[in-house]
Ligand binder design. Sequence first.
Ligand code: TMP
Length: 219
Amino acid sequence: MISKRSGQFISFEGSEGSGKSTQAGMVHDYLKKKNIPVMLLREPGGVKISEAIRGLLLDVKNTDMTKESETLLYMASRAQLVEEVLKPALKKGTVVLCDRFLDSTIAYQGYGNGVNVEAIKKIGAFATQGIAPGLTLLFDIDTEKGLSRTNAVKDRIELRSLDYHKKVRKGYLAIAKKEPKRVRVIKVNQGKEEIFEIVRKHVDEFLGIPKYPAPIRCP
Ligand code: TMP
């Protein structure tokens, strides 16, 4: 069972206000309590250089950033995170949880902003060295509802139009339709504990965690 768990990579995806970061944190706590080696990362960011790139990407002052430049910056942040932390962690057998990964670029820059999706996939393969999540949990929420749940102070991406964010959501659902085995859609229409029950089942199945702990046998 340990070998099935080792080197497992799970990503958390969704449009604004979907609650994916909360759920990623809950999965992190859940696995830690089970003494499973686990690491929680976020994108863009996670390491010093990637956090600096995050600052550039989300700064509302960068209104003149082109969509190509934006795409490549997300990829640069990802390449740094993969080489510095993600790859070594997977090699060590740590379960890696990542709050966003390549699907975010396909949804936000590709479907949302019209960057060629095939080009994103090619650059993505280079940036990630081919490392991809085995399980992706996609948190799907009504776009307006999701946006209303974000902070009052918006970043450069959150400030984009409702139409843009609707395209992002559609993009995510298109990705899920193409890869139903990897991408599990979770409707955000109930409380976080109820949603976590669904999330936990997917995680348990993926990592091979038994539903009930084995009974203690008396000699
Ligand atoms: P966060 O709000 O989940 O921390 O993500 C930061 C923002 O960056 C969010 O608006 C989504 C956006 N984003 C992209 O547009 N493309 C990407 O590849 C990633 C990882 C995030």
